[in-house]
Design a protein around this ligand. Structure first.
Ligand SMILES: [Zn+2]
Length: 263
């Protein structure tokens, strides 16, 4: 069985010095490809170094809304270079109006310039959105998008947005944190997503599943990307399909969205 992790952060400092063992665990469970998302100018170089070492990694580079205050004046130029030198994807980018509501206009500007990079090159883009669903929908509707589509990672938006976002080309990834008891809305939403738009993600080292699902424990509640097999199994149960069928669906969707980044 070939498994695909649509969104993680293997470059995170919490994985420091453990990456070799982690990648061998991932190979062991059949995790074939993973999209590793940079989030700020400082971690882009780690993402590129990791992708040079491990062919399973599809490098993705982006400026996450949490880190826009730290950007240098050259950030966009640097980002463009990283993407072009590594044949990478764009992300993680997005809007977060929970913590940083007051910065909306700046978040919007940073988001749109990165969205433009992905549209110009027709490369995949991974989007984070918290509490800004109307805003993000309007921005996606009014601006050029990559023709291949885009990923809404860890999709926790409202059910009524699923169809309009699907019509714009959205793929939606299911995260392990949806196994927590208070995430029933997110689980139910996944039953409404068209089968040809579903992807599975670990978001490792974040979004850990409840303890009884964890196959690869790490200290301090760090999520290991090889827990993704449990996430697939749980997602299959939620959407009412056999695990094997979901692996075929997720592979097809992953290759459709991230395919050219694998050459
Ligand atoms: Zn993420």
């Amino acid at each position: 069985m070939r498994l695909f992790d649509a969104h993680n952060h293997l470059q995170d400092i919490q994985f420091n010095k453990k990456v070799n063992k982690i990648m061998s665990d991932c190979n062991h469970i059949g995790l074939t490809r993973m999209v590793t998302n940079g989030t700020n100018e400082h971690d882009w170089k780690t993402v590129s170094a990791l992708s040079n070492c491990y062919p399973q990694i599809i490098p993705s580079f982006g400026l996450h809304p949490w880190f826009i205050n730290d950007r240098s004046s050259k950030w966009l130029k640097l980002l463009e270079q990283k993407i072009d030198n590594h044949d990478g994807a764009v992300g993680e980018i997005g809007l977060d109006l929970l913590k940083k509501k007051n910065q909306y206009s700046e978040q919007k500007e940073v988001f749109l310039s990165q969205l433009q990079l992905s549209a110009d090159r027709n490369i995949p883009v991974s989007i984070h959105c918290i509490k800004g669903w109307n805003q993000i929908y309007n921005l996606l509707s009014d601006n050029p998008l990559p023709k291949r589509g885009f990923l809404l990672h860890g999709f926790a938006g409202p059910a009524e947005m699923i169809n309009p976002l699907t019509n714009l080309g959205a793929f939606f990834s299911f995260s392990g944190s949806f196994a927590h008891p208070n995430k029933s809305r997110q689980r139910n939403n996944f039953c409404k997503i068209p089968t040809d738009r579903i992807l599975i993600e670990s978001d490792a080292p974040f979004q850990l599943m409840p303890d009884n699902f964890i196959t690869h424990p790490l200290e301090q509640k760090i999520n290991h990307p090889a827990n993704i097999k449990s996430i697939y199994k749980f997602a299959a149960e939620c959407i009412g399909k056999p695990y094997e069928e979901l692996t075929v669906i997720a592979e097809k969707n992953f290759l459709k969205l991230f395919g050219n980044q694998m050459l």
